[in-house]
Ligand binder design. Sequence first.
Ligand code: ATP
Ligand code: MG
Length: 574
Amino acid sequence: MRKLLPHMRKYIKFAVLSPIFMILEVVADIIIPYLMSRIVDVGIANQDVTYVLKIGSIMVVSALIGMTFGVLSSHCGARAGFGFAAEIRQELYKKVQDFSFANLDKFTVPSLVTRLTNDCNTIGQVTMMSLRMAVRAPFLMIFALFMAMRINASLVRVFVVSIPFLIIALTIILSKARPLFLKFQSRVDRVNAIIQENLTAIRVVKSFNRQSYEESRFKERNDSLMNTALKAISLIVFLMPVLNIVVYSTIIAVLWFGGQQVVAGTMGSGELISFITYITQILMAFMMMSFFFMQLLRGSASVSRVVEILNTESEIKEDPQPLEEISDGSVTFNKVSFRYPLSKEKTLKNINFHIESGEILGIIGSTGSSKTTLVQLIPRLYDVTEGSVSVGGVDVRKYSIKALRDNVAFVLQNNTLFSGTLRENMKWGKEDATDEEIIWALKQAQAWEFVSKYEEGLDYWVEQGGDNFSGGQKQRLTIARALLKSPKIIILDDSTSAVDMTTDAKIQRAFKEELKDVTTIIIAQRVSSIQHADRILVMNEGEVEQIGKHEDLLNNSPIYREIYESQKKGVVGA
Ligand SMILES: Nc1ncnc2c1ncn2[C@@H]1O[C@H](COP(=O)(O)OP(=O)(O)OP(=O)(O)O)[C@@H](O)[C@H]1O
Ligand SMILES: [Mg+2]
């Protein structure tokens, strides 16, 4: 909580005002029963209409004042609570933006989503309620007790029986509720996770006809959420009758003993009425306290989940005095090994190679041979476990992350577009790109041929994830976006897999002619996509098997030859 409190700073005014207004509301709540007793015992007893009217109007005014302060307190409480939540959410968002891929692997995206939405909302709500209830309950208790004592100290002794009983009942119920609440949160998490995972992949689910399987998977989690919620609710349902019994028995006891005093003439009947109101208020305050503790439980679970994010440092740390200039696009891997944070085995083992600036390097290898893992180390999406990766002759860890990633454009294997216009999407590559620059990039990536056909041109709307484009179109658009960065190094990870061979060849040619100074790394499954590269690197089970020209590899790389032969056969057979 200490970690979160600074985020309240902007709303501190409301956080202070809310309880103050609340105290004033409590004062009004306390005065009213007292005025009531005066009306009964003095006004009505003496048939004094003016007195009744006078005190009656004071009562109405107090009620109005109380109401006003109540509204103000709620308002300030809401401002403070939700403002606080918004600040925390903003901070979390910022933090997550800085997370490395390794951090994301550990937290998982669905869990981050729940933390930024549900948990922040809970913190906001609990803060709002705490600001009001944590003040209202004790003050109501103290003031009401004071008034009740003033009216009739001996009658207050009924509490000697009822309050311990109440405390015992509440303790038992709350201690049972705590684990249920924590369980409830984790169940909500599980449901959210599955919703997240499946709705984002709903098209895949449908195409595999997995709806019924996914539905049953969902049903299991959804049911277990419901059952936990029901258990928690039934505890609370149980709480109400217990509390009612205590309240009504206390009232009956007061009526019994108080009634005798009224008959004996030692207590006014108005006093008895207001006394009952006060003890009801005291018992209500007790219930409010218990409810408040329950909320705190809910809140504390959310707080720890949020703080966990805030306490996580990005696995990718920037050098204290980072270099901003990258001299050229040469790349060197020196004795590089790499292990994914969550896996036990090394994915890359002892990788050594050097690429000259401006060279075109093809990378080929069977699926799972760690091609993607290898190139991810260049823009520091992950850091090496051992050895070093250098760009322009300097260890990548020496550069500022911004400079490095601005200079290394990486077209991810399963890249995506964002909802917005095509122009907006392209400007991800370069914020101030002109239409001419965008069109140039689209032309190099062979995307202009279909974009130019759109009536809206660059204003053409892109749906979320780029779902309104074909796979090959999307790939060409993501290549164009990367080109706009005018990087020193560009990495295409299987980025033309969905593009037909002729268009693929056109893209290769454009890269060779228009991007002479740019180091180009092309990962491909098709030999035809890389056979004209300056050199080709053959990956095999996390190691470099061979590196060389197409013709040389045909002679001395069995893996390369096998891939080549199988694809040639495929073409001949077709
Ligand atoms: N985030 C991750 N966490 C743990 N292991 C991973 C992660 N990403 C990939 N791996 C593992 O690393 C190995 C290499 O994967 P990688 O994606 O580099 O292969 P690839 O050569 O690019 O394959 P493909 O041709 O199918 O794209 C695989 O065994 C994979 O299971
Ligand atoms: Mg890959």
